[in-house]
Write a protein that binds this ligand. Structure first.
Ligand SMILES: NC(=O)c1ccc[n+]([C@@H]2O[C@H](COP(=O)([O-])OP(=O)(O)OC[C@H]3O[C@@H](n4cnc5c(N)ncnc54)[C@H](OP(=O)(O)O)[C@@H]3O)[C@@H](O)[C@H]2O)c1
Length: 337
């Protein structure tokens, strides 16, 4: 079978297509014919060995993918041949809270990923994908959509009428916009691009702010909300946390997901956090239960993921370069059809 591996070095220049043996499923495992893979911001540090500590060992990237089950291990009884499935991002995190012993369960990180024609996974590490979605659309769900679901619905507990600020228009953020909208929220979205803000409006964003031309976007949020502030802020930027602390309402919540603009916050304002009882909450992808709950919501709301571009398997390296260029809206996918 064909697969992509990082070998003989780290980084995108060492991503190569190779021939590998088709893996055989063990007792409780299944063999999946992969049909599509999607990329996330984390795939660039992953190519650089950030997550797997395997230095230059051959390593298959790609945490997110969907495909069809084509063989079952002798005790695998949860699925049938032909079932359409996606892998869960963290193969060990099935239910309940994240725990340190699950840290080495991430596909395309500590474990090999899915950018291969055939993959073996535990039957516990899979979910059925919504019937109305194509394989490409379903491949976009495991990391970005589950994280957005976790941030907006499970931990954000967004209610109709809440105001939610969502930063940026990447994978997590566009799913967060879609989930906040079907929860009945008033959504403010920020972007560095007016064109992307127009696209976000078409998806239902109520108010848009260009964070390049309006770097003090927190003032624009306060103005738009008549000084009340937002109920929830989906923070993917990181180093702008002080602005989010200003923009969130008293007793509001900031769900910190990423650190795209930097991992340090200069002069972090502590006083407003306790005087205004701001809840600062870290979010980490999500478990299988969340993925299944999200899929039900995707089905009943007939939601379709926003796919920016689909690359062929032969051109997978170009997909990673496109990810590196950061000029996309929603998800980048690779089709193996
Ligand atoms: N905690 C977790 O478990 C978890 C799970 C998934 C992702 N993440 C993290 O969440 C972040 C987003 O992931 P992703 O896969 O959605 O990334 P992505 O698809 O690459 O999205 C990147 C987008 O973020 C926006 N952005 C960058 N800097 C920004 C800033 N200073 N202010 C506002 N928006 C900014 C940009 O939007 P515009 O182009 O519109 O400006 C950019 O297109 C990453 O840091 C990722 O590592 C964490």
């Amino acid at each position: 079978m064909k697969a992509y591996v990082i070998k003989d070095g780290l980084g995108i220049d060492y991503l190569k297509q190779v021939d590998l043996q088709v893996p055989t499923p063990g007792k409780n495992e299944v063999l999946i014919r992969m049909r599509a893979v999607s990329l996330n911001a984390r795939d660039i540090p992953a190519l650089n060995g950030y997550f797997n500590n395997q230095s230059t060992a051959p390593f298959i990237p790609g945490s997110d993918g969907a495909g069809e089950i084509i063989a079952l291990g002798e005790e695998a009884d949860k699925f049938q041949i032909g079932d359409r499935v996606a892998g869960i991002f963290n193969q060990k995190w099935i239910t309940g809270e994240m725990s340190p012993e699950y840290n080495d369960g991430e596909l395309g990180g500590s474990l090999d990923g899915l950018l291969a024609e055939y993959v073996v996974l535990s039957q516990e590490g899979l979910v059925r994908i919504p019937e109305h979605l194509s394989y490409v659309e379903a491949a976009s769900l495991p990391c970005a959509a589950v994280t957005a679901w976790h941030a907006v619905v499970e931990d954000g507990k967004v209610k109709a009428g809440d105001t939610v600020v969502i930063q940026g228009t990447g994978g997590v953020s566009i799913f967060a916009l879609q989930f906040a909208k079907f929860s009945g929220a008033n959504v403010i979205i920020t972007s560095s691009s007016d064109d992307k803000l127009e696209k976000a409006k078409a998806l239902g964003a109520n108010h848009t702010i260009n964070y390049k031309t309006t770097p003090d976007w927190e003032k624009a949020v306060l103005e738009y909300t008549n000084n009340r502030g937002a109920d929830l802020i989906i923070e993917v930027s990181g180093s702008t946390l002080n602005r989010s602390i200003e923009a969130v309402r008293q007793n509001g919540q900031i769900n910190l997901i990423g650190a795209l603009s930097g991992k340090e916050v200069e002069n972090l304002s502590l006083l407003p956090i306790f005087t205004r009882k701001v809840r600062l909450h870290g979010v980490r992808t999500g478990n299988r239960d969340m993925f299944e709950a999200m899929n039900r919501a995707i089905k009943y709301n007939a939601l379709y993921p926003v796919i920016d571009r689909v690359f062929s398997f032969a051109n997978a390296v170009d997909a990673f370069k496109y990810l590196e260029d950061k000029d996309y809206f929603g998800k980048i996918c690779i089709s193996l059809e």
